[in-house]
Each structure stands twice: as structure tokens, then as C-alpha cells.
Design a binder for this molecule. Structure first.
Ligand code: DGJ
Length: 742
């Protein structure tokens, strides 16, 4: 709901009520200001929330000051400009390319009018939260810059059932002859006057094989930012951060999450100013970005989704999970039970043929596994990582029976068939490169950096996208292919495009992302039944925008169960279980060399879209029997894991009995609280460890039964006294307890 009242200065105040959160904007002297956001407040009279600091002589005032306390350098702006009196980081910075004389970039917004509509308009061309009139309301603040010919529409969608506000900005060039250049165009900015001095930032850092580790750091005066300059959202930082206070835990305290629905270079900056106000903003990374806005054109920013929790990070995550599952991911697979798959990558790497794949498929069928995925190496002359990307035709020396026959044989075993592509790439050793060397991203006169022996295709070009669409569609139409793993194994360098004019060089990174979305859109529209899994050397582009097209994502190339605990719990900060692709791989693990029992590997991989990635033909009958049980368990627990609420109980970074890195625990609870699945794992054991874990999210008055032992517990006992898990463990032991309400 969006309520409008009028302030004493005769200007509107907008109170956006989103679930149990409030977001209040006030127009003051024409400036759109942020008054409050956080857990819901009921007062209509909130004008006194505006920060009033008597100015000193060095702080700029507006041109016609109406009091001695309103300064642009202190005011909590909704969409701060640049060069006009606010010296904090700006959301927008504009260069006037038609100016007669030199002027520094500048921008400042003034409210002109507003529109409130039920529902949420679709603003092409971006992936965004989708919701209808029953789900949300949208406020559009129509703003002008009195010193420029640009106008700004600030979009705010308040979700009715979620404490979430979706924000983006549309910048328009309303002139018929003048041209501007956008140097910064963030999606959203939020000023919190009240958080400092206890503010902390939670974010997800990583690298290849170590994605999305949770880090929490106190904020000091000045800026802290997490960003990617890689042309992809990246393994190094995820487009997410949460502002919390020192006392915030998983269950208590304030948390404000900001998650950017974008797959390219991004920035999330948080700055604490000398008055203790904290500015949090998210958008496209300004470095390397410059967008030319010709007369009549507009620029739509990606969407930022802001979630407010007064009950800690746990609730914030659960809101993101449900919101993204129900209102971001699309297609028939979103809520459908995903097939348990076997992927041949860690079983064979590049060395396989149709016979080998069929031998794995036979064992898989015998174990109850439901889909075979043929990974990298089936096309062109690809026998290692050095060739053939772009040559999307079947290598019949390896797949001797041909793809349609292979798929038929796999289907005849009762398995679906999936296939790997890396569409955005080209190997210098390929037929495609021989035919079209100009299709790569490159800057004339500069040597091209090479990474994993491959270059990046210039998918800002329509002809390149057409080629990819045609060749991928050709393969997908040639056989009964149910699934695609869409990989992306290097970042963008020397990003030049042969078709764009020189003055649009600053658009290439962003146009690349738009090209990717266009291609994904065409493929998913042409093949609506396809289950698409995103991948990027593991989870290198695991972001909300990719989930809009692919409801599951390969979480990490590190399949070691103990390492996956950190990675999966970090990923769960924002992303729902159903989006996290998790596989049981061989022991000792190929990435870390660590040996872990098959039982533990199964329990840890059950935290998401479940599958296997090892050579099933080498397993003992005992192992296969265990796999049959794991597959059955996964189906039994599918709903509670993938549709339930997640509670992170113990993180590996938590201190338990004076030590960190010892154990971890989490649980899922069905929405109606009738079922729960609890997981506890000992990462590194010690002598006589004592473990009590208190459960969360249960009905305190209900009685729950452990489905394995038959033992009954009251919900209040499980949550207040906990489960006594004291036992003698080995490193890597894991325990799963399934509870149903009696
Ligand atoms: C990187 C992926 O993350 C792996 O799972 C595998 O598909 C390889 N690429 C294949 O090259």
C-alpha cells in the first residue's frame, strides 16, 4: 500500500508499506528525500524525522535557502546527484555533450509530480521482479533536473506480502537536439541518518572454487564498496550487501539487504559521512561506463531489490528466497521438482565417448537418477580446453552414434538428457574463428588477453547472437534435450566492438549484458520446456538476473562437501535452495583431496538442486545402494528443502565452545510448520565435544516426531533446550534429522 499525506510545507509525503516494513519519502523544497525505511511505523506525522543540522559556513545551501539547516551535503536524498552541493557518492552524474563551454559533470533532481499504480510496470529490457496488481503497488516520482534537459522517473514497487521495495530509475533525454552522456546511473540509493556508529556491512566475497563466503565488517567514516570490473557479476563479489548493526544476529536486530538484478560489472557502495549518516547504493559500475543519451532516448537502470528485516539476517534471507522463487525465477521448472542428475564432468572430463556416457547412464538408471548431462567436450574437435568453442556441431568421433541416437538410448533407460554449452566464447582454434575473427571482443592495436585458451564473442552484435541462437536451437531441436548447462568461463578484457562507433565505447560492457539477456530470452522463449542451469566456472555469475532465465545455477566448481558448507550457506544469504545446484562427487575430492564419506557428501548436496558428478561405473554395490536411498530421500525432502524456510543455526565461522570452524547446522521448516529437516555437521572434531543445537521456526506447541527413530519432542523443547547431539564424531560426519508434526 502507498499512502500520501501532505507536509506542513504543502508537499507530499509518501509512505510505502511493504509487508511489515515502511519506506517513507518526503518532498521538501522540491527535493525527494528519504525519511525512514525499516520495520513498519504507524505515525503519519513523521516530518520531524528529517535531519536538521544548523549549517556552518562551509556547507552549501540550496540557491534560495529557506532555513538555516537544510543543506545538500547533509540531506538524505533519494537519488543523489553530482556537483550540486552533495559531496557524498552520487547516484547519477551527467556530462552535457551539447554545452557551449566546458562544464564539469553535474546532476540534481527536483520532484515535479508522481503517479501511483497498482502492480508493477514492465520496463524492458531487463530481468526484474514480476508481480501483478494483487502483489504490489508502484510509486513513480517524476523528477526534473532544472539545470539540464534530462528527466528522471524513480520507480518504487512496494510488495504487499514482503518487506521489499524494488527500485530502478529511468533517465530520459526530453530535448530534441541536445545530447548527454551518463557517467553514473545507479539503480538505487538509500540514506540512513540513524545507523552509525554501530553500522556493519555483510557481503559475499570469493574466488574460483570459493564463491560467496560471508564477511562482516564494521563501517568506518568513508566509503566501502564491493564491486566487479569483470564484465560479469563475478566470483569475487556478489551483487549483494546488507547493512546491519553490531547487535544484528541471524535472529535479532536490523538488516537491510540490497540485491542487484544484474549480471555485469556492478558496484555497491556504502559511505558513512561525518554526521553519521550512512548511504547505501547499488548499480552499474561507473568505471568503464559512459552511456550516450541522444534526443528522445531513455536509459533504464537494472533493478535493485531492498529487503528490510527487524529480525536479523535470517529473516532477510528468507524474504529474498521466497520473493526470488515466486517473483523472479520464471518458467515451468520454478516450482517443479527438478530431476536428480548425473553430470559426466568430474567422471570423465574431456575423455569420453557415447559408450562411456551410456555406461554411466545405465548405472544412473539403476540408482534411480533421472537425467544424464553431457558436459564439455562433445563438439567440434574439443578434446581439451584449447579448441572448438563456437563450433557447436557434434563430434562424431566421440558421439559415434550421433546425438539423436545417443539421446534416444539414454531416454530408453528412463533418463532425460541434458547438454553443456558455452555460447559466449570462441576458441582461437576453431572453425568459427577462422571464419569470423572479427566476432571477438577486441580493441584494434591491442593484444588480446587470453584466458582458459579462449576469447569472448562480441554478443553486443545482433549477427553474432543470431548465429548463436541458430546453432544452439539446431542442436536443441535435433534431439529430445531436456536441459542445458550454460557455462561462461572467462571475463571480459580488451572490450571493443567492430560495429559500434568510437563514442559509444563506454557502452560495451553494458551492451554485452543486454546482448546476453536477449540471447537467453530468445532461447528460453523458443524452448519453454527446457530446464536451464547457469554456470560460470562454478558460481562466477550467480546473480538474480541469471535466475530470471535459469532457475538453477552451478554453485561452485569446488564439490568438496566441507568447503561446500561455507559456499552454500553464503549463497543462502540471498539465493533460494532450489537455485543452488549441488552434486555428490568422488572421494578423495578432486579439488581439495579431502576424503569424505558418501553419506556426508549426500547430506551436504541435499541443500539444493541435487545431483551426482562422479563415475558411477566405479562404485561398489554398497555405494549404489546408498545412492538409491539418497535419491529417495531427496524426493521425500524435496518440498521442505526447496519450498520451506531456511534457518542458518551455526555457521562455520561461529564460535562454538571457544572454537571456530568446528561445525555447522541449518534447517528447513515447511511453511505450515508441519515438517522440518535439520542438518548438523562436524567439520573438525575434537576430544569430548559437547553439542547442543537449538532449532528454530517450529510450532512451540506442536509435537514433532523424528521419522527415523520415532522419538517425539515438543516444539518448545527443540527450540529452547535444543537437540543434544553430543557423540563421538569423525571429521566430516553429518547428521540429518527429519521431523514431522504429530
Ligand atoms: C566450468 C564448469 O563450472 C564445470 O562444471 C564444467 O562444466 C567445466 N566448465 C567444463 O569446461
Amino acid at each position: 500500500m502507498i499512502k500520501t499525506t501532505i507536509s506542513t510545507s504543502g508537499e507530499p509525503i509518501f509512505h510505502l508499506q511493504a509487508g511489515d516494513a515502511s519506506y517513507i519519502i518526503s518532498i521538501f523544497q522540491g527535493f525527494p528525500l528519504h525519511l525512514y525505511s525499516g520495520p513498519a511505523i504507524s505515525d503519519d506525522d513523521v516530518e520531524d524525522l528529517l535531519v536538521r543540522v544548523p549549517h556552518d559556513s562551509v556547507i552549501p545551501l540550496p540557491a534560495h535557502p529557506e532555513n538555516n539547516w537544510f543543506s545538500c551535503d547533509i540531506a538524505p536524498f533519494e537519488y543523489p546527484g553530482f556537483g550540486t552541493g552533495d559531496f557524498r557518492p552520487s547516484a547519477v552524474m551527467v556530462k552535457d555533450l551539447s554545452a557551449q563551454t566546458a562544464s564539469a559533470p553535474a546532476a540534481a533532481l527536483r520532484y515535479e509530480s508522481h503517479t501511483i499504480i497498482p502492480g508493477k510496470p514492465v520496463l524492458d529490457p531487463y530481468p526484474a521482479v514480476h508481480a501483478n496488481e494483487n502483489d504490489c503497488d508502484t510509486l513513480i516520482l517524476h523528477c526534473i533536473d532544472p539545470g539540464s534537459f534530462l528527466t528522471y522517473d524513480l520507480y518504487y514497487t512496494a510488495m504487499r506480502d514482503y518487506p521489499a521495495i524494488c527500485r530502478r530509475t529511468v533517465i530520459k533525454n526530453g530535448s530534441d537536439s541536445r545530447t548527454a552522456s551518463l557517467l553514473r546511473a545507479y539503480s538505487a540509493s538509500l540514506d540512513f541518518p540513524e545507523i552509525h556508529p554501530q553500522a556493519e556491512l555483510v557481503h559475499l566475497w570469493g574466488s574460483w572454487g570459493r564463491e560467496r563466503h560471508i564477511e562482516r565488517t564494521p563501517l568506518l567514516h568513508g566509503s566501502m564498496s564491493v564491486s566487479s570490473r569483470r564484465g560479469a557479476s563475478s566470483q569475487q563479489h556478489n551483487p549483494f550487501a546488507a547493512l546491519v548493526t553490531q547487535e544484528t544476529t541471524e535472529e535479532y536486530g536490523m538488516a537491510v539487504g540490497i540485491s542487484l538484478i544484474y549480471s555485469g560489472s556492478f558496484d555497491i557502495t556504502c559511505e558513512v559521512d561525518p554526521f553519521g549518516s550512512t548511504r547505501l547504493m547499488a548499480g552499474i559500475l561507473p568505471e568503464g561506463f559512459e552511456w550516450r543519451l541522444n534526443p528522445g532516448e531513455d536509459f533504464v537502470t537494472p533493478e535493485a531489490v531492498i529487503v528490510f528485516s527487524g529480525e536479523g539476517l535470517g529473516k532477510m534471507s528468507r524474504v529474498y528466497h521466497k520473493l526470488y522463487r515466486k517473483h523472479l525465477c520464471r518458467g515451468e521448472w520454478v516450482d517443479k521438482e527438478r530431476p536428480v542428475l548425473i553430470n559426466n564432468w568430474e567422471a570423465t572430463y574431456f575423455t569420453f565417448d557415447d559408450e562411456k556416457l551410456l555406461s554411466i547412464a545405465k548405472e544412473a538408471a539403476d540408482c534411480g537418477i533421472e537425467m544424464l548431462v553431457m558436459d564439455d567436450g562433445w563438439f567440434g574437435q574439443r578434446n581439451d580446453g584449447t579448441s572448438s568453442l563456437g563450433d557447436w556441431f557434434v563430434n562424431e568421433e566421440k558421439i559415434r552414434c550421433g546425438l539423436p541416437a545417443l539421446v534416444e538410448k539414454v531416454n530408453a533407460l528412463g533418463l532425460k538428457f541434458g547438454i553443456w554449452f558455452e555460447p559466449e566464447m570462441i576458441s582461437p582454434v576453431s572453425r568459427l574463428y577462422e571464419a569470423h575473427p572479427e566476432w571477438c571482443l577486441k580493441i584494434p592495436g591491442r593484444e588480446m588477453s587470453i584466458s582458459r585458451s579462449q576469447y569472448v564473442l562480441d554478443i553486443t552484435r545482433e549477427d553474432v547472437r543470431d548465429y548463436l541462437f541458430d546453432t544452439i536451437s539446431g542442436i536443441l531441436s535435433s534431439a529430445n534435450i531436456a536441459y542445458v548447462k550454460w557455462d561462461f568461463n572467462r571475463n571480459l578484457t580488451e572490450a571493443g566492438s567492430a560495429l559500434l562507433p568510437a563514442e559509444q565505447g563506454g557502452e560495451i560492457f553494458h551492451r554485452y549484458v543486454l546482448g546476453l539477456y536477449d540471447l537467453l530470452d530468445r532461447i528460453t522463449t523458443a524452448f519453454p520446456h527446457l530446464l536451464l542451469e547457469g554456470c560460470s566456472s562454478g558460481g562466477g555469475r550467480y546473480d538474480p538476473a541469471m535466475l530470471y532465465y535459469s532457475p538453477q545455477y552451478w554453485t561452485s566448481d569446488d564439490t568438496d562437501a566441507m568447503e561446500r558448507i561455507d559456499i552454500q550457506l553464503g549463497t543462502s544469504m540471498v539465493y533460494p535452495a532450489a537455485s543452488m545446484s549441488c552434486h555428490v562427487s568422488a572421494s578423495p575430492n578432486h579439488q581439495t583431496g579431502r576424503a569424505t564419506s558418501l553419506e556426508t557428501r549426500g547430506i551436504i548436496a541435499m541443500a539444493g538442486a541435487f545431483g551426482y558428478e562422479l563415475d558411477l561405473t566405479t562404485l561398489t554395490e554398497e555405494d549404489k545402494e546408498l545412492i538409491r536411498h539418497q535419491v529417495a530421500d531427496y524426493h521425500r525432502y524435496y518440498s521442505v528443502i526447496n519450498r520451506g524456510d531456511l534457518y542458518r543455526l551455526i555457521l562455520p565461522t561461529d564460535t562454538v565452545n571457544g572454537k571456530t570452524g568446528k561445525c555447522a547446522a541449518w534447517m528447513y521448516v515447511s511453511e505450515d510448520r508441519s515438517e522440518a529437516l535439520f542438518t548438523f555437521t562436524v567439520i573438525r572434531t575434537s576430544v569430548h565435544p559437547v553439542y547442543f543445537v537449538k532449532l528454530r521456526g517450529l510450532d512451540p506447541d506442536a509435537v514433532y516426531q523424528d521419522t527415523a527413530t520415532g522419538k517425539k519432542y515438543h516444539g518448545d523443547r527443540l527450540m529452547n533446550a535444543g537437540l543434544n547431539l553430543t557423540a563421538s564424531y569423525h571429521d566430516g560426519d553429518a547428521v540429518m534429522v527429519h521431523l514431522v508434526r504429530c
